[in-house]
Design a protein around this ligand. Structure first.
Ligand code: MN
Length: 496
């Protein structure tokens, strides 16, 4: 995916002129060391840039303004080594448009018991300086992440890592373009939404192109391009014999390759970060895009079926957040259940379009009939997904607000082979258990479409929701339905 090191987080330390030159020199020296240490840490995926200590309303305003217009800056980490009277911060915080992490740390890890004197106390004041800073942000009702801990502590670094990834996803959404081929699947409610409000709230735009515009690009594909991609398929996957060169359905594989090349060309030409299509509007296309959607997702494009642009955009953002991490992120749908009391499970899949990034082993490339859409049999990748902790995330439009809903799950190895199931699939157990997890999801209005993630945690998505300023609802190990219903009820009031 993306190289997150190209993105910057600015490390800003607050102080004031009252301390005199000697102390301020020390403050700058220590801040430089911390910023460099964060930047060099393998746990932090972005570049951390040291900024000179800010000591006045003017300096604070200036650094915030510069952060706002910087193409590379995705957020600010602020720390008050000494006391920085927070009325100085109002003007700057008021205009700051980038996410903020308040790092409540201290240069010295331990109290130097033998040598501690008032000079030490006056320099190492974040215990109260950061409280002053916290107050003003709370007073201004600003969303931010507070991380407490020593700057060399692995736990602190992990929390900063999580936040920088969320900020990278958020940054990626700003001015992002998503394309919709055709409209929403007829009569479906949850995939609908307010695209104007989404653009205001999230920063990305969603616009529709007639599928004919795409078909035109698909038809411009050359035989050479198709030859090369068909070869790539053969090298990357286990081809079903009928799809191999000389096989009776080899032409369908060529048709699939042609569609993939066409969509990718269209995406690049329009600078789109993701797309959605619908089987109800495929005029001029020979097959529903199957393997192409799977592979384009694996390249980092957002995707969701049936006109679901909210999920397509979420898949893209989560792919950016997970850049460089082991495991993948995919469009997903809760498909069918195993209600056996010994092993209650959800089987997740889609008609075709599950991202290759979550495949356990080499996918098999197959062709089977599709009983929907009235087109030729589509080519798709078939695979199982690895066991382990994962989650499902869904953005829904509540009418007066967006809600980001997350269910933590644990994926399991399929109990048996599924020889007749012609699609990629995952089996998981929702937390806290099947009955409570599914009931909570339904009560919260969660969609059947989600982004399934193997490498993000609910904390990534909570940070992300706070950056977006939207509601975040978690279904996890501690969820109980009585409290959960109250949370939803109380949120109605909070968002009135
Ligand atoms: Mn679907």
């Amino acid at each position: 995916m993306l190289d997150l090191k190209k993105l910057e987080v600015w490390f800003v330390t607050g102080s004031q002129n009252l301390y005199g030159e000697e102390t301020l020199k020390k403050v700058a020296e220590h801040s430089k060391i911390i910023a460099a240490s964060l930047n060099d840490s393998p746990q932090i995926p972005v570049t951390v840039v040291f900024k000179p200590t800010v000591k006045s309303p003017e300096e604070i305003y200036e650094v915030m303004q510069a952060a706002n217009i910087s193409e590379k800056c995705i957020g600010i980490i602020a720390w008050m080594h000494t006391f920085s009277p927070a009325k100085m911060w109002i003007g700057g915080l008021k205009i700051l448009k980038k996410p903020l992490l308040h790092f409540h740390t201290q240069f010295n890890r331990d109290i130097p018991w033998d040598s501690i004197d008032m000079d030490f106390m006056n320099l190492n004041q974040s215990a109260h300086g950061d409280r002053e800073f916290g107050f003003i942000m709370t007073r201004m009702r600003l969303n931010r992440k507070v991380v407490v801990g020593h700057w060399q502590d692995g736990e602190s670094l992990e929390k900063i890592n999580t936040w920088t990834r969320a900020a990278a996803g958020w940054h990626d959404w700003q001015s992002a373009r998503f394309v919709r081929f055709g409209d929403n699947m007829r009569f479906v409610a949850v995939t609908e939404g307010d695209k104007v409000e989404a653009e205001i709230k999230f920063g990305y735009s969603v616009n529709t192109y007639g599928v004919g515009d795409l078909v035109k690009v698909i038809n411009e594909t050359t035989d050479q391009q198709i030859d090369a991609l068909v070869q790539e398929y053969a090298d990357s996957y286990t081809l079903m014999p009928s799809l191999m060169k000389g096989g009776e359905q080899h032409n369908s594989l060529r048709e699939a390759a042609k569609i993939e090349i066409g969509i990718e060309t269209f995406m690049k030409a329009g600078n789109f970060k993701g797309f959605t299509d619908t089987f109800e509007d495929l005029h001029g296309m020979v097959q529903l895009p199957g393997i192409s959607a799977q592979r384009l997702m694996n390249k980092g494009y957002g995707f969701a079926g049936e006109g679901d642009w909210k999920t397509a955009a979420l898949v893209r953002a989560m792919k950016v957040m997970g850049s460089g991490l082991k495991g993948g992120n995919s469009f997903m749908e809760d498909y069918t259940y195993n209600f056996n009391p010994d092993n209650r499970l959800v089987l997740g899949a889609h008609m075709l379009e599950i991202c290759e990034s979550i495949a356990d082993g080499k996918p098999s490339c197959e062709i089977h009939p599709l009983g929907i859409g009235g087109k030729a049999d589509p080519v798709r990748l078939v695979f199982n997904s690895a066991p382990g902790l994962a989650l499902n995330a869904s953005v829904i439009d509540m009418g007066n607000r967006f809600r980001l809903l997350v269910n933590e799950v644990v994926a399991v190895t399929p109990l048996q082979a599924l020889p007749k199931l012609p699609v990629a699939r995952v089996l998981w157990k929702p937390y806290p258990n099947m009955h409570t997890g599914c009931a909570a999801w339904i009560l919260a209005g969660g969609a059947h479409h989600t982004c399934y993630s193997q490498n993000l945690t609910s904390e990534h998505l909570q940070d992300f929701a706070e950056m977006a300023g939207i509601e975040f609802v978690l279904i996890g190990k501690d969820t109980n339905l009585y409290q959960f219903k109250n949370e939803l009820r109380w949120s109605e009031v909070a968002y009135k």
